[in-house]
Design a protein around this ligand. Structure first.
Ligand code: ZN
Ligand code: ZN
Length: 574
C-alpha cells in the first residue's frame, strides 16, 4: 500500500487557503520537513545563490516508490494526515499535502528517490511531468528545485537579495538542527559550508556546532518537569548576551515555535542578571500533551497558543532562576580568541566569505573542557583578598585562582538593592519619628497625584499630615531609610509615587523603589573608599542572591584567571 494517502476534500480545503511559497526559505522548510518525516539521519541542503538559483535537498530517509513519488506532486496528497481531527494532534512536522505540488507549479523540480532498491526519477516543470523513469539506486531522496517563479515573474521580484534569502534559510536550519540533534544537517551555499551538525544526538554538542565552543562552554543545563510540562535544554551564563531575541530558541514537541509568553518567562528569569534590551541564548525543549497546544495551522507561522500557560511560565521561570542561582557566574575578563569562530550576529555580512569547514575540524569538541556546575555556596565561600582601589572606581582583589576587579558602584548598588527589597517586602514595618519633620511642597497637579496614591505611601510606613496648600509634613518614616539621607530618600519615593499610572503593581513598585534608592545611595565612581569599607562591601556582596550584577544587569565583578594572565605574559605558551 502507498505510504502517502489522499486527504479528504474537506480537510484539504481547510488547509489549502494559506499555502504560499513566498521565499526560498519556505521551499527549504517544506523539503527538509519532508526529509525529517522520512526518518532521515543525514540531511544536506545545498544552495546556489542563496537558493534563488537552486535549492537541493538530499536525505537518506525511507524514500518513495514510483507511485508515491507521482502522488506526492498531486494536491492534497500527504502521508501524515488521515482525518480532520488529526490536524490538532500533529506530531510530525510536515502536515500539508500541497507543499510539493505548490513548489512544482512555479519552478522546475528534479526528484530522485529510491525505495526497496528501486530508484525513481521525476522531472517536473510548471507542474507538469516532463520526464519520468528509473534512477540509480541510492538510499533516500534528492530533490532539486531550480528556475523558481520562472512562470510567475511578478512573484520573482518578491525574492529578497541572495544574502537575505541565505540568512533566512540559515536561521531556520540552525533552529531545526537544534530541535533535532539526532539528525546531521549541513548547509552549503555555492559550495561553501555555512554550517554542519554531526547528528550526535547531544544537544550541547549541537549548540557547540552552531554557536561555537566559547558559547557552548558558557551554557548551563536545565531539566525539570511539573504536572503538565517537561522542559530541558540549555541557557547561557549572563556574560554572553545578544542584542536581539533571535537566540531565544524554543521547541514544543520538536517543533520550532515562537511564543511571547515563553520568551517573557525566560526574560523574567534573567531579571537583573542582564540589562534590559539584551537577551540570553536559550535552547529550550518543551514536551507537552499535544491537546494543550493550539498549533496555528498557517504553514508559514510558528506561533502557537498554549493552555495552562501559567504552569509553563512558572516551570520555565523557576528552573532558569535556580540554575543561575546555583552556578558561579563570574565572567572571564579575557575572551578566548576562538570567539571569531562563527559570528552569529554578523553572519549576514560574512556569509559569502566565511568557509567554516576547516574551522569546524580544528575546534574538536572535548567535553572535559566544560566547566562542571558549581553550587552558589562556592561563591558564598569565595575568599577574595582585597589589594586596593584603582582609578577610584575598581576594587582589586586576588585569590589563588586569579585577579578580580569589582566595580565599586555596581557592587554597592547590588548590596543596597537586595537590602531595600528585603525591607520593602517585610510584613512588619518599624517606624521612627523624624527629629525635625520635613515639609514637601508640590505643584498642584503633583499634589493631586500624590493624594490619589497616598495609600501606597502610608502602607510603606510613612506618617504625614497636610501642611498648608499643596504641602505635606512628614512625621515618621520606616527605619530602613539610610541614615543621613532620609530627606533625599523620601523625595525619591514620592517622585515614584507621583509618577504611578495604570494599575498599581506592588511588586513593580517595590522594584522601582529598591533600584532607585540603591543607585542613589551607592558610592559613586571616583570616590576613594578605605580598605575597611572595601572589606565591608565584599562581605555584604557575598551575601547577595545575585552577587554578579547590579540591579541594572551590569557586572559587578570580573576575573582574570592565572591561566589567562600567564597566557598574556607568554608564561604559558598554548
Ligand atoms: Zn547606579
Ligand atoms: Zn546599576
Amino acid at each position: 500500500m502507498s505510504v502517502i494517502k489522499v486527504m479528504s476534500e474537506n480537510l484539504a480545503n481547510k488547509i489549502a487557503a494559506g499555502e504560499v511559497i513566498e521565499k526560498c526559505a519556505s521551499i527549504v522548510k517544506e523539503l527538509v520537513e519532508n526529509s525529517i518525516d522520512a526518518k532521515s539521519s543525514n540531511i544536506k541542503v545545498n544552495l546556489l545563490d542563496g537558493g534563488i538559483k537552486e535549492v537541493c535537498v538530499i536525505d537518506d530517509g525511507i524514500g518513495m516508490d514510483s507511485s508515491d513519488a507521482i502522488l506526492a506532486f498531486q494536491r492534497h496528497a500527504t502521508s501524515k494526515i488521515y482525518k480532520d481531527d488529526d490536524l490538532f494532534f500533529i506530531n510530525t512536522l510536515g502536515f500539508r499535502g500541497e507543499a510539493l505540488p505548490s513548489i512544482a507549479s512555479v519552478s522546475e523540480v528534479f526528484l530522485e528517490t529510491c525505495k526497496d532498491n528501486v530508484g525513481t526519477l521525476i522531472h517536473i516543470k510548471g507542474g507538469s511531468i516532463i520526464e519520468q523513469g528509473f534512477s540509480n539506486e541510492r538510499k533516500g531522496t534528492k530533490i532539486t528545485v531550480t528556475n523558481l517563479f520562472y512562470n510567475t515573474p511578478a512573484r520573482l521580484k518578491y525574492l529578497k537579495s541572495e544574502q537575505t534569502e541565505l540568512a533566512n534559510i540559515t536561521s531556520f536550519l540552525e533552529k531545526l538542527a537544534l530541535a533535532k540533534p539526532n539528525i546531521s544537517f549541513s548547509l552549503t551555499n555555492n559550495n561553501n559550508v555555512i554550517f554542519k551538525t554531526s547528528g550526535s544526538n547531544n544537544l550541547l554538542k549541537t549548540i557547540h556546532e552552531i554557536f561555537g565552543l566559547n558559547i557552548s562552554k558558557k551554557m548551563l543545563e536545565i531539566k525539570k518537569i511539573n504536572d503538565d510540562f517537561a522542559i530541558n535544554g540549555y541557557v547561557c551564563k549572563p556574560e554572553i548576551l545578544k542584542s536581539n531575541r533571535n537566540s531565544l530558541i524554543t521547541f514544543i514537541n520538536g517543533r520550532v515555535v515562537r511564543n511571547n509568553d515563553i520568551n517573557r518567562a525566560i526574560n523574567d528569569a534573567y531579571y537583573t542578571y542582564k540589562p534590559d534590551g539584551k537577551y540570553p541564548i536559550v535552547v529550550l525543549n518543551i514536551e507537552v500533551d499535544p491537546t494543550l497546544v493550539d498549533v496555528n495551522i498557517h504553514p508559514t507561522k510558528q506561533d502557537v497558543k498554549i493552555s495552562k500557560m501559567d504552569s509553563l511560565y512558572d516551570l520555565i521561570y523557576n528552573t532558569i532562576k535556580d540554575v543561575l542561582y546555583n552556578n558561579l557566574l563570574i565572567p572571564d575578563a579575557i575572551k578566548d580568541k576562538e570567539d571569531t569562530y562563527y559570528n552569529y550576529e554578523n553572519k549576514k555580512d560574512n556569509i559569502n566569505v566565511v568557509n567554516n569547514s576547516e574551522i569546524i575540524k580544528q575546534t574538536t569538541f572535548d567535553f572535559q573542557d566544560l566547566e562542571t556546575p558549581v553550587k552558589n555556596e562556592e561563591f558564598k565561600s569565595l575568599i577574595l583578598y582585597p589589594v586596593g582601589l584603582c582609578l577610584g572606581t575598581y576594587i582589586v582583589c586576588e585569590n589563588d585562582e586569579g585577579i578580580y576587579l569589582l566595580d565599586q558602584h555596581a557592587a554597592q548598588e547590588r548590596v543596597n538593592y537586595e537590602n531595600y527589597l528585603n525591607n520593602l517586602k517585610k510584613e512588619e514595618i518599624n517606624i521612627i519619628d523624624m527629629l525635625i519633620p520635613i515639609t514637601i511642597e508640590f505643584k498642584a497637579s503633583e499634589y493631586q497625584d500624590f493624594c490619589n496614591h497616598q495609600e501606597v505611601f502610608n502602607n510603606m510606613g510613612f506618617k504625614w499630615e497636610n501642611f498648608g496648600i499643596n504641602t505635606i509634613k512628614i512625621l515618621s518614616h520606616p527605619t530602613w531609610l539610610k541614615t543621613g539621607y532620609e530627606e533625599e530618600s523620601i523625595r525619591k519615593i514620592i517622585d515614584l509615587i507621583i509618577n504611578l499610572n495604570g494599575d498599581f503593581d506592588v511588586i513593580k513598585f517595590r522594584e522601582n523603589v529598591a533600584i532607585t534608592l540603591a543607585c542613589k545611595m551607592a558610592i559613586k565612581a571616583n570616590e576613594h573608599i578605605s580598605m575597611l569599607e572595601i572589606e565591608g562591601l565584599l562581605k555584604n556582596l557575598v551575601k547577595c542572591d545575585n552577587p554578579y550584577n547590579c540591579p541594572h544587569g551590569r557586572p559587578t565583578i570580573i576575573k582574570f584567571s592565572i591561566y589567562d594572565l600567564e597566557k598574556m605574559f607568554k608564561r604559558a605558551m598554548n
